[in-house]
Ligand binder design. Structure first.
Ligand SMILES: [Zn+2]
Length: 311
């Protein structure tokens, strides 16, 4: 819900493990094919790859690459190359935990894979809905990790299969039920590595005539919030927050109403602490906005209780 940053060392590591491998695989694909069109497609991708235009390119550049490829080559020709490209930009290898002994590629890549990538991002709440934990755990010798959503679906764009800025850690509901393999228009939807949903939209609430639970809804903060609005529709955020998270909404609104700012101020004075800390000790909620990606329902909490931080 806030913009995710990929640390520079993560990008370096990704390139260290995959740059030569992809280069080698593309060169081999160029040598092996009998088709001139396929050779042109692989050569085009090799050129882009050598210019660092694929593995660690920013989302807008990946979008630019998609557009260039679609303008330059016929869809049917690209489709014929899909299987080879799925092997070249091998998401299976990156995603299936080659750090576990006995699994393929362990000896080759003992440290770098999807598990290490997700860990490095320090995102533990789903960036699309902020309502589910992203569980990563080693249990009974089994490695469990959250889904990595391909923002631009990798079955359709196999050359973006292991592009870091195309891999968004997310919960299974957002990844498998709502987004599926939809081809998102980069101009229309908000990208978690480019924009902050939190800066674009805010949770508000209204009393509900038919229930003790207030009705919660997302409001656009400014006129440039259109992309965030589209995301809220795609991931059904209004419906989910009113149904699944209704108890939390009711509790937060109760706290907001029951603790006037004066009481928080008194608490701060008595404890000699900041308002952030006072709210943490009183409610066990951290209202630090930077932590929204690590706290389930962190955005809802920040938005409903934020008034209590004002003077
Ligand atoms: Zn989610």
């Amino acid at each position: 819900m806030i913009k995710i940053e990929i640390p520079d060392e993560v990008k370096k590591l990704h390139k260290k493990f995959y740059h030569s491998r992809v280069k080698k695989a593309l060169k081999s694909a160029i040598r092996s094919t009998q088709s001139t069109v396929a050779r042109n497609i692989y050569s085009f991708l090799l050129d882009k790859h050598q210019k660092d235009g694929i593995l660690t390119a920013m989302p807008k550049d990946l979008w630019g690459l998609i557009v260039q490829i679609q303008e330059r080559f016929a869809e049917a020709d690209i489709d014929k190359c899909n299987e080879t490209l799925l092997n070249v930009f091998n998401y299976e290898q990156f995603g299936t935990g080659c750090s576990t002994k006995g699994t393929p590629y362990h000896e080759q890549y003992p440290q770098w894979n999807a598990y290490a990538f997700i860990k490095a991002l320090k995102v533990t709440a789903c960036p699309y809905c902020n309502g589910n934990f992203l569980l990563q755990i080693d249990i009974y010798s089994k490695k469990i990790r959250p889904a990595l959503d391909h923002f631009f679906p990798h079955k359709k764009f196999p050359y973006l299969g292991i592009s870091l800025y195309n891999l968004v850690p997310s919960c299974d509901i957002c990844n498998s039920k709502f987004k599926l393999a939809s081809e998102l228009d980069f101009e229309k939807y908000l990208h978690p590595y480019c924009d902050s949903f939190h800066d674009a939209m805010t949770f508000c609430w209204l009393p509900n005539a038919n229930s003790a639970t207030p009705h919660v809804f997302l409001l656009q903060k400014n006129t440039s919030s259109g992309k965030a609005y589209e995301n809220s529709r795609l991931f059904h955020l209004n419906e989910i927050y009113n149904h699944v998270h209704a108890d939390t909404v009711r509790h937060l609104v109760y706290l907001r109403e029951a603790y006037p700012r004066r009481l928080i101020k008194d608490h701060c004075r008595k404890l000699g602490c900041s308002k952030q800390n006072a709210l943490k000790t009183l409610f066990n909620y951290d209202l630090t906005e930077e932590k929204i990606n690590q706290q389930v329902l962190g955005k809802l909490t920040c938005d409903i209780l934020k008034d209590l931080l004002d003077d």
